[in-house]
Design a protein around this ligand. Structure first.
Ligand SMILES: [Zn+2]
Length: 285
């Protein structure tokens, strides 16, 4: 099996700044026998997001990038957010389906975008368990190890969880029909990072002319919830980028805005690197 993720380590200065792109994977495993056409299933991807943030690595950040697609298994869901309606043989331990599972987009998605069934069959518990073991666990383990290694080395770590969002909420969204801000920052109502980290990103993005919303309509889900622990000086912030800033939402092709956003994210990272640098205690390197 191909590795579940790619990790990009900076060549020079290392900072306790970690980015992860959990939904931009474009490697579709052979056993992912989705029923709708690939073009429809790909609407679930955060296409281009890892590439857009790639310059962060040159500023000393480490970037973790999932290779598998989100629709195969979603690492931004809890591992027990299992949809029993998907399974032909039940699940061996108790499950905790969230509202996302009720919407068909839990740990393993039952529905493609537009509400079309993802599979023409039921899945076995063994194959869902295989996706957890091959993708979900290695990804979370790598992120946890990376964050904890940086925190130990520098006394704290700052983590950006990188996503993209449709420009307008669809029928299943919490904001159907509403045009989103350019950037939506999510810190689960101030619980996953220091407020100054959220403010630093908001100020930088607004200064570049982007509209920014905070925790509306996206507060952040499992990755920032599980890995952000401000009391331990581990800070996780979710950033959702509006797709129409840089791509055609139907063809997924980059648009003329791609280059500008890529340059602005590099500048944003430069400011984050300065923010993080000021917060590394003097006793650390
Ligand atoms: Zn995402």
């Amino acid at each position: 099996m191909t590795a579940a993720f790619v990790r990009h380590d900076p060549p020079g200065v290392l900072l306790p700044l970690v980015l992860d792109s959990p939904h931009s994977g474009e490697w579709y495993p052979d056993d992912f026998d989705h029923a709708p056409p690939r073009s429809m299933v790909r609407q679930a991807e955060d296409t281009h997001v890892a590439r857009l943030w790639q310059h962060a690595v040159a500023h000393g950040a480490t970037l973790l990038e999932a290779r598998f697609p989100r629709a195969y298994i979603d690492v931004n869901r809890s591992v027990d957010d299992i949809d029993l309606a998907l399974l032909e043989d039940g699940w061996p331990v108790p499950v905790t389906p969230s509202r996302k599972t009720e919407q068909g987009i839990g740990l393993v998605w039952r529905l493609a975008r537009g509400g079309v069934p993802m599979y023409a069959r039921k899945l076995t518990a063994a194959e869902v368990q295989g996706r957890i073991d091959q993708c979900w666990r290695p990804y979370h383990a790598e992120l946890e190890a990376l964050l904890e290694a940086r925190r130990r080395a520098y006394g704290g770590v700052w983590h950006i969880n990188c996503h993209s969002m449709p420009a307008v909420g669809d029928a299943l969204a919490d904001d159907p029909g509403h045009e989103r801000a350019d950037f939506v920052l999510g810190d689960r109502d101030g619980t996953t990072c220091d407020a100054a980290f959220t403010q630093c990103v908001a100020d930088a993005a607004r200064g570049m002319g982007y509209s920014v919303a905070i925790n509306d309509p996206y507060k952040g889900v499992e990755l920032v919830r599980k890995h952000g622990r401000p009391a331990d000086n581990r800070h996780s912030l979710q950033i959702e980028l509006k797709r129409t800033l840089y791509m055609d939402e139907v063809t997924l092709e980059p648009t003329a805005g791609y280059g500008r956003l890529e340059r602005d994210l590099a500048e944003l990272t430069r400011r984050l690197a300065a923010f993080v640098g000021e917060r590394i205690p003097a006793t650390f390197p």
